[in-house]
Structure formats: structure tokens, C-alpha cells
Ligand binder design. Structure first.
Ligand code: FAD
Length: 507
């Protein structure tokens, strides 16, 4: 057998995707046999948004041996327990999608089945009441989950809000410390093998030619290699995810940072509010068929809690995915691979999961097509599942009389999503499998937040005395309320544990 290892990897792009790839690859190829080069252009710059994450990011930090507190200091991060959906179901109603479970199992049957039965009899409160993380977020509290000894404090997870620019910088110095060669230049030409179409080299603005065997395209929306050169194709999902623009504008912090991302439904889309240590990130994601850029920017400005720190930045996008993430010797990541809008902070998650998949199926210099197809199929399924989860947020709304929301409520949804909704109604159980990032609890949060009620529940629930179950539910709610009372505020927790300067935050 011959040595068929890939010896040179070229990453095009130094945004979040590029530097995450550089750090993860350098960590995997520590022996120095495989050369890793990253090319980025200060002139072109990065998208500069992408501030909310999901708990999976902690695995990325752990793999790189990154200390969480150091990371939080370096990226001006705050904790995130979930997303506060304000006005999505109806204008006056709110719910939180937590990174957490609900209640506790009774006789090995998940809590929500008991809850469904009692709720239908008006003997239970909203599902939110039985979730510690939701109650923590509602009261703006924070503590780290504890393993084992305290059931409630171990039943949630958390993620971060961070400054995307600082995150890329942090990973850049880490990756360069692990041997990644960084080049600052514009790529002006791309050379392909005339027979195979494989990319051979990139020519920079200074005339230098960078050769590589494997290229990771992290060049942003344009997809310089995967699309401009290889013409891989893009599958648009804009018939379901109707928002196609965003306007972003950071502002000064005037209030203690919230321990959840805020997603506020607006006339033609929604607004994010992401608290960092040094500022608040804000943006309005909207559908250009229903609102102009100027009005969207005005509406966003009206909702800022502090003084604007920059001019509005407008971003256009088409929701969807690249038809193949991996084509020939190019693997694309981040915005080059598609975009699903930031509603559930899935972009950085997708960068990370794509990287994990790639590292687990890393090619040799033969680029076996079955291997490539396996990775592409896996990524397609993952993304379609995420897509369906996002579509539900729009489709299930009851914001009657607002044109954008009326259209979303009346659209034809993918069969896969209809099947999920029907299954839940029929069994009381969300249908999830190992390729779903959003698990049972996430789907439950959505179904209950949008008041999609099951018609049935697990049959074993009827074996239990309703009064006893009712008492159990009351005990769980009381225990959560007591626990929350004694927990520190998010800000105080951070001051104690992350040592942020109190002058940076106004209480
Ligand atoms: P970019 O940041 O655009 O980087 C592209 C890189 O390629 C740059 O370094 C650029 O200089 C380089 N480049 C391009 N062309 C060339 C060339 N010819 N020569 C040399 N270099 C070149 N994700 C989340 O997980 N959470 C969020 O809350 C979130 N919010 C978002 C909000 C909005 C409005 C948008 C649009 C996205 C959001 N995202 C979010 C997604 C997130 O911003 C991106 O997934 C992430 O930043 C990755 O971007 P990127 O690295 O792919 O692209």
C-alpha cells in the first residue's frame, strides 16, 4: 500500500468558518506532515455578524483545549440559556426555546406525556413552568449545570453570545500557533486541472501561486471555488424561509445582559437582540417583498436599547444550501455552503458539524467518490432537518392580519415537516433521529410555544392516578421556582466568574 496522505490543504477565507476550519484541521494534523495555509483578504473583509451559538460549540472549545473562561474574556461573551421568542405565536405571547428538558420522567415515561394529559384537563400550567432553564432565563439568572447530585441543575445546557470578529481573531492566533500559515491577499485567479476539473492553485494579487491538494472554500456568500469556479449549484429554500435581507446595528449596553437571545417578531420578519459584555448586537431579518430597507432600518433603530455604535449594515441572502458541500477537491463551509438565516443560531453549528464530519471522513489524495457522496448526503439530511425546524417558526404563527405572517401561515410546507406535525399530534411524541440537531425538547418547545397540542399521549400515563400526577407536577414547579430564587443574576455570575470589569456593564 502506498502513502496517499494529503500533504497540503488551502483554506480560502478568514471569517468564522475559515478560522474554525484552520484550528480544527491544525489540531488534527499536529504532526506537521500536512501543510495548512489560510488566505484572507482585509480588503474584502468578513460578514462580521454571527454572535449567538448553540451548546455544541463547547465541544469545539474542548477539542481545542480552550479554557471556557479565557474564551469568554477574549470574545466579550455572555451566557445563553436559549432563545426568547416574543410575539411569534401571537403578538402578545412569548415562549423560550431552552437548551434543556422539561420536568422529570415518571416511571420512565417522558414528562411531557403526563403534562399533555393534565394540560388538556386544565390541571397543569404551561410547559415553560416545568423547565429550570426557562425560568432562569425569564428571571435573568445563571449558574452552571451541576452533574448528578442535583437533578434540576443538571437538566440544562448553555451556549454563548460572543463577538464574532473577536472569535475569529482568537482562533487565528491559536491556529497560527499550531503551524497554520496565514496569507493576507486577494485571490485573483483559480487554476483547474484540464482533465479532472480539480482545483490546482490560487493566484494572489501579488502574483504568487498557492498550490494545494485539498481546498476548503470559506469565502462567504460568493463561494469563490465551490460556485464561481466549480458551478456546483444552489438550492433555494426561499419559498419557505421568506426572509432575504437583514440590517444589523450594534448599540451600547444600558441594561444587565440577558441570559437568552431575544427574537422579537416584527411586521415583516423578526429582530434579534444579543447581549455581549461590551455592547448589544441587534438586527432585523426581513422579507424584502413586505418592507423596504429604509423602513426596516428605522424600525430597528426604534427598538435599540442604547445609542447606536455603527451605521446600519445591510446584508442580502437567499436561504438554502449548496447542492453539494463537497465537489471534487473542494469542501465548502460557512456562508459558502449556504445560509438558513440566524433564527436558531445554526450557522456556526453547521460549520462545526460539517468539520467534524469531514474530519471523520477525511479523504486521501484519491478522493473516493463514495466517501464524498456519503458526506454530502449526510449534510443534506442534517440541513433539511434544520430547515424544517425553522419553517415551523413561521408556519405555526397566529399573527392574523399581517401580510407577511399570513403568507407564512398559509404556505405549503415540506412533506417532511407535515409528517412531523402529524406524528406529534397522533402520539404526543416529537419524531427525531440521530441526524436531527434539534432534539425532542426543542421540538416540544416549538409545539407548545405555538400551541400545537397532541391529541394523544403515551398510553401508560392512564395507569397513573391523575391526582398523584398533579401533585408531582406541582412539586416539580415549586422546586424549580425555589431553585431559581436562590441562583445569582446572570450579570453577577459573570462578574464573579469571568471577572468582567463592572464599569463595562450598567446594572
Ligand atoms: P465571511 O465572514 O464572509 O468570510 C469570508 C472570508 O473570505 C473573508 O475572510 C474574506 O476576506 C475571504 N474572501 C472572500 N473572497 C476572497 C478572495 N477573493 N480572496 C481572499 N479572501 C477572500 N451564525 C450563527 O451561528 N449565529 C448567529 O447569530 C448568526 N447571525 C447571523 C446574522 C446574519 C444577518 C447573517 C448574514 C449571518 C449570521 N450568522 C450567524 C452566520 C455567520 O455569520 C456565518 O456563518 C459565519 O460568520 C461564517 O461566515 P464565513 O466565514 O462563512 O464568511
Amino acid at each position: 500500500m502506498t502513502d496517499s496522505r494529503i500533504r497540503s490543504i488551502v483554506i480560502l477565507g478568514g471569517g468564522t468558518a475559515g478560522w474554525m476550519a484552520a484550528a480544527a484541521l491544525a489540531n488534527r494534523f499536529k504532526q506537521g506532515i500536512t501543510r495548512i495555509t489560510l488566505i484572507e483578504s482585509a480588503e474584502i473583509g468578513t460578514i462580521g455578524v454571527g454572535e449567538a451559538t448553540v451548546p455544541y460549540i463547547k465541544e469545539f472549545l474542548q477539542d481545542l483545549n480552550i479554557n471556557e473562561v479565557d474564551f469568554m474574556r477574549a470574545t466579550q461573551a455572555t451566557y445563553k440559556l436559549g432563545i426568547d421568542f416574543d410575539g411569534w405565536y401571537k403578538p402578545s405571547e412569548k415562549f423560550i426555546h431552552p437548551f434543556a428538558g422539561y420536568g422529570a420522567r415518571i416511571a420512565r415515561i417522558p414528562f411531557h406525556h403526563y403534562w399533555a394529559k393534565l394540560r388538556a384537563q386544565n390541571k397543569a400550567q404551561t410547559l415553560d413552568t416545568y423547565c429550570l432553564a426557562v425560568q432562569m432565563a425569564r428571571h435573568n439568572k445563571f449558574a452552571l449545570p451541576k452533574a448528578n447530585n442535583d437533578i434540576e441543575l443538571s437538566s440544562f445546557n448553555y451556549a454563548f453570545h460572543f463577538d464574532a470578529g473577536l472569535f475569529a481573531q482568537y482562533l487565528s492566533s491559536l491556529a497560527q500557533g499550531m503551524g497554520v500559515n496565514r496569507i493576507e491577499a486577494n485571490v485573483e485567479q483559480v487554476a483547474q486541472d484540464p482533465d479532472t476539473g480539480f482545483i490546482q492553485s490560487l493566484t494572489l494579487s501579488n502574483g504568487e501561486k498557492i498550490q494545494g491538494e485539498f481546498f476548503i472554500d470559506c469565502s462567504g456568500f460568493n463561494g469563490l471555488l465551490i460556485e464561481q469556479r466549480l458551478k456546483t449549484g444552489y438550492e433555494s429554500w426561499s419559498q419557505w424561509l421568506r426572509c432575504d435581507r437583514a440590517v444589523a446595528m450594534p448599540c451600547a449596553s444600558t441594561l444587565a445582559p440577558q441570559s437568552a437571545t431575544r427574537a422579537l417578531a416584527m411586521e415583516a420578519g423578526w429582530q434579534w437582540r444579543i447581549p455581549l459584555q461590551h455592547r448589544v448586537g441587534n438586527g432585523y431579518v426581513y422579507c424584502s417583498d413586505y418592507i423596504s430597507d429604509e423602513i426596516a432600518a428605522e424600525k430597528l433603530q426604534e427598538n435599540l436599547q442604547g445609542d447606536a455604535l455603527a451605521e446600519p449594515k445591510f446584508i442580502r441572502f437567499t436561504t438554502g444550501m449548496r447542492k453539494q458541500a463537497w465537489n471534487k477537491n473542494v469542501f465548502c463551509l460557512g456562508l459558502a455552503s449556504g445560509f438558513m438565516e440566524p433564527l436558531e443560531s445554526t450557522s456556526i453549528y453547521l460549520i462545526q458539524s460539517s468539520l467534524t464530519l469531514l474530519l471523520n471522513h477525511f479523504p486521501n489524495n484519491q478522493f473516493n467518490q463514495t466517501l464524498v457522496n456519503t458526506v454530502n448526503n449526510n449534510l443534506r439530511i442534517r440541513q433539511e432537518k434544520l430547515r424544517d425546524f425553522l419553517i415551523l417558526h413561521y408556519y405555526a404563527n397566529q399573527r392574523h392580519g399581517q401580510a407577511f405572517w399570513d403568507e407564512c401561515r398559509n404556505m405549503a410546507i415540506p412533506d417532511t415537516l407535515s409528517a412531523r406535525i402529524e406524528y406529534f399530534k397522533a402520539t404526543g411524541q416529537p419524531q427525531v433521529d440521530e441526524l436531527d440537531f434539534f432534539d425532542t425538547n426543542s421540538w416540544l418547545a416549538m409545539f407548545s410555544g405555538f400551541n400545537i397540542q397532541p391529541q394523544h399521549y403515551h398510553p401508560v400515563v392512564d395507569d397513573f392516578d391523575v391526582q398523584l400526577v398533579e401533585q408531582e407536577l406541582k412539586a416539580i414547579a415549586a422546586s424549580i421556582a425555589n431553585t431559581v430564587k436562590d441562583l445569582p443574576d446572570h450579570l453577577h455570575f459573570m462578574q464573579r466568574n469571568i471577572f468582567i470589569k463592572s464599569s463595562q456593564v450598567v446594572e
